[in-house]
Design a binder for this molecule. Structure first.
Ligand code: ADP
Length: 477
């Protein structure tokens, strides 16, 4: 059994207080044990990052690019092994877990290149003899608070740009997934990252997360997680003058129009709603379907969903792995009960037993719902999708946008007219045409509108908005 510790100024440290890391596919498989950090270790980690910032922020782009590139290579070389670890600790089925590790490796490679592309602008001044130069500088010490659902990709897409632009890091991963974060930090160390530049803290949000948010020595917080936690963090950051970036929930619509290719629409819904056990903030949780195709679509989707093999994440036949933990499983089942009480018809969604004891449930489709029901307004975060029947495209668009969230939105149609109109009018940060709402490229901006996101976008070249500060210099000849 592995022991995980916090990584502070190049040393692995922890208290005697521990938390087991259990495999949600097999609760008898103890993946490891985390030795938790306390307030003193949090303070040490922040001090280390602050100290390391002085020299790291002055390294050359080449030095930073070399380390990021080496880390990316190591991650990609160990894709299968790290994917297996991810599947064990989080329950994502192996193929998806390996895919996530690949994404993390590619992100480091991408930002290795970005480190070399930090340019500025020279602007003509309105005053005689003056030149204006606009440059970007590192922001400082970045506190990162990450969730369990992408245990290596999300830390990667925050750490890689932070380092590329010359910042130092204190990261607190979710309690359920210490192993992936530990391996990532080890890889950075092996790739030549100096002590103190990335510090890892293992511990509960209420202790370690809150201490990061409260610290005056942290310049910015990048958070991905639930909406309630994110909002509370944002208020504290604004009060203390920290830059803040939040990625939170979604209630993503996938619209299916009469003229859609039925196979394409069913595949998009199946993947978007149920893959990764629906535990993606971009999951297609509201399927908004026009009347003429509704019956056919529901029948085909229900048949395909009932064929999905639910099982152990490491079993090759599995298409849907377990739910991450008992709390999440209970939440999923609670929402199905509420949906039924509100008049929806629940197809599937039963809790199932497998040879190993774990948190298994069948994917659930809730039909006969309308957009005012709780199942269509609140994020469930499980393999649960509801179907809303609408008359036509206009009603579909109105229903799609009638939500407090705005992360991703999709449409399945063979009509350029509807696809173009939806792309322009969907109130979401990301729009997909004939594709699931989940599953995005690693080199382009990721983020949403309304209550889904706050602050600058993550990923791609747009990540620099958050991880740098702009300086405007006036030079008189
Ligand atoms: P979930 O419900 O999916 O676990 P959370 O928002 O609670 O989502 O968790 C996302 C991350 O936020 C985790 O790393 C968690 O430990 C952390 N966290 C939880 N509560 C707080 C808090 N009060 N302050 C800072 N971080 C927190």
């Amino acid at each position: 059994m592995s022991q995980y510790r916090s990584f502070i100024n190049g040393e692995w440290l922890g208290t005697t207080s521990t938390l087991p890391n259990l495999n949600p596919s097999d609760l008898s498989d103890v993946v490891g044990e985390a030795r938790l950090a306390d307030d003193a270790l949090v303070a040490d980690a922040i001090a280390a990052a602050r100290h390391a910032f002085r020299s790291w922020s002055l390294t050359t782009p080449q030095q930073r690019a070399d380390i990021l590139d080496a880390a990316g290579t190591r991650i990609l070389q160990r894709k299968e092994e790290l994917g297996t670890l991810l599947a064990r600790e989080e329950g994502k089925r192996l193929a998806e877990a390996i895919g996530e590790v690949g994404r993390a490796g590619n992100i480091f490679k991408f930002f290795a290149g970005e480190a070399l592309r930090i340019g500025g602008e020279v602007v003509s001044s309105v005053r005689p003899g003056m030149t204006v130069e606009v440059t970007r500088e590192p922001l400082g010490v970045i506190g990162m608070i990450t969730p369990w659902n992408f245990p290596i990709a999300i830390p990667a897409w925050k750490i890689a740009p932070a380092l590329a632009y010359g910042n130092t890091v204190v990261i607190k991963p979710a309690e359920a997934v210490p192993a992936c974060a530990t391996e990532l930090v080890k890889i950075l160390e092996e790739s030549g990252l100096p002590a103190g530049v990335v510090n890892l803290l293992l511990g509960p949000g209420r202790v370690v997360g809150e201490a990061l948010v409260a610290s005056p020595d942290i310049d910015a917080i990048s958070f991905t997680g639930s909406e309630s936690t994110g909002r509370a963090i944002a208020v504290k950051c604004v009060t203390s003058g920290k830059k803040v970036q939040l990625e939170m929930g979604g209630k993503n619509p996938l619209v299916v129009i009469d003229d859609a290719d039925l196979d394409v629409a069913v595949e998009a819904a199946l993947d978007g709603s149920f893959f990764s056990t629906g535990q993606r903030c971009t999951a297609s949780s509201r399927l908004i379907v026009t009347s003429a195709i509704h019956g056919q679509f529901v029948a085909a989707l229900q048949r395909k969903a009932s064929e999905l093999v639910v099982g152990h994440a490491l079993d090759k036949a599995t298409r849907i792995g377990p739910v991450v933990d008992d709390r999440q499983l209970q939440q999923n089942l609670k929402y199905l009960k509420i949906a039924a009480e509100e008049g929806g018809q629940v197809l599937g969604g039963e809790r199932v037993e497998r040879p190993t004891r774990g948190y298994f449930m069948r994917p659930a489709l809730v039909i006969g719902t309308d957009n005012t029901m709780r199942i269509n307004r609140e994020e469930v975060f499980g393999p649960v999708a509801s179907v809303i029947e609408v008359a036509d495209y206009e009603e579909a668009l109105a229903v799609a946008n009638d939500t407090p969230y705005g992360l991703a939105a999709g449409i399945c149609t063979t009509s350029l007219k509807y696809a173009s109109h939806f792309r322009r009018h969907a109130e979401a940060g990301m729009v997909m045409v004939n594709a699931p709402t989940a599953g995005v490229d690693y080199h382009v901006p990721f983020g949403g509108r309304k209550r889904s996101s706050y602050g600058p976008r993550e990923q791609g070249t747009y990540a620099r908005e958050f991880y740098t500060v702009v300086k405007t210099a006036y030079v008189k000849a």
